[in-house]
Design a protein around this ligand. Sequence first.
Ligand code: ASP
Length: 430
Amino acid sequence: METTKKKFNLTTKIFIALILGAIFGIILHYFVPASTFRDKILVDGVFYIIGNGFLRLMQMLVVPLVFCSLVCGASAIGDTKTLGKVGIKTMGFYLITTALAVAVALSVAKVINPGIGLDISAIEQTKTTIAETAGFADTLLDIIPKNPIQGLAEGNMLQIILFAILIGIILAKLGKKVDVVSKFFAQFNDVMMEMTMIVMKVAPIGVFCLISKTFANIGFDAFVPMLKYMFSVFFALGLQCFVVYMSMFKGFTGLNPVKFIKKFAPVMGFAFSTATSNATIPMSIDTLEKKIGVNKKISSFTIPLGATVNMDGTAIMQGVAVVFVAQAFHVDLTFVDYLTVIATATLASIGTAGVPGVGLITLSMVFNSVGLPVEGIALIMGIDRILDMTRTAVNITGDAVCTAIVAHQNGDLDREVFENYEEEDQAALA
Ligand code: ASP
């Protein structure tokens, strides 16, 4: 695949796979008469095996990836003692904006109802949904693993998260004494990221098969809900970015939010095209310093931290996906379920690494928490790339806005730079 001159990047390939898969599936559904070849060999054979094989590869990554990434993220947070209040405040902002993001997403999705009309319940569910939702007290207690190894083995994400966060904080507390263990987690995290990259390489094939199968099974019926799902995510992302962030920015700093967006737009563009928060860290720190006036001593800590733990855009996608899949599979979610989604999606955002597609992996943990079938992820996987790109832009904007606010409160935001950068820039160009 890679031997032919690299004409298309992964994003383009996934787009192409998505479109081809949809076209192929629709042709199969409407123009190819039912036959053993079409139904048993192609759709339920080849497409099923390859598509679900890819899905399983993605699932394989969840526990180790989330665990390591959280240990590393939490140990970075544990380090905040060096930055004292700034760290705690930043984390506070990060958590609140993420919880808010999920709430925005759930509200938008409940209004648009993207999954209604998509009858997918016929699709076989390999994992039956968790029977009864336990009571609130038990749900809360169940976050504490009696046996963390069992929690890991069963993929109980809340238990995994708690255990990982504790390890991370203790690693930071013990510092040099546990250097080897810290390094181990950091390096294992790298290994898992690499594995994710490798799995993502086969994404176009997986996406083609998954989407072909979906469209071959349900034809155009899949199309409208899919567009509604995308629209819901875009709309919620827009609200978060242009309403929530911008009013926060204006409210806390008194500065012009439109100016902020204009200055920050290139970083958003870069995040959009790469779909990775991590890659934007240097550009973001640089832009915040030179154009917005944020002292590097703040941003060099808060931006990498944000790229690791603060994924509001991802949380939005997860919130909408929950409603979409619940509707598609006719699962009724209770109020407590929605609260659980807000909590788990916020935590999932902490556990989502800032690289392409990971939000989709941690989505399974959100689904598990309310007993939704993980197969539902297959439905949205095909169109996730464009959403991934967009949500990444929102992810890093959230980091930047929180950073600017914290810097402002700490006396580390140079308003002169913010107000005058453009003029200086123009002057320099003249
Ligand atoms: N691509 C996202 C990021 O890097 C993570 C995700 O949602 O998959 O911020």
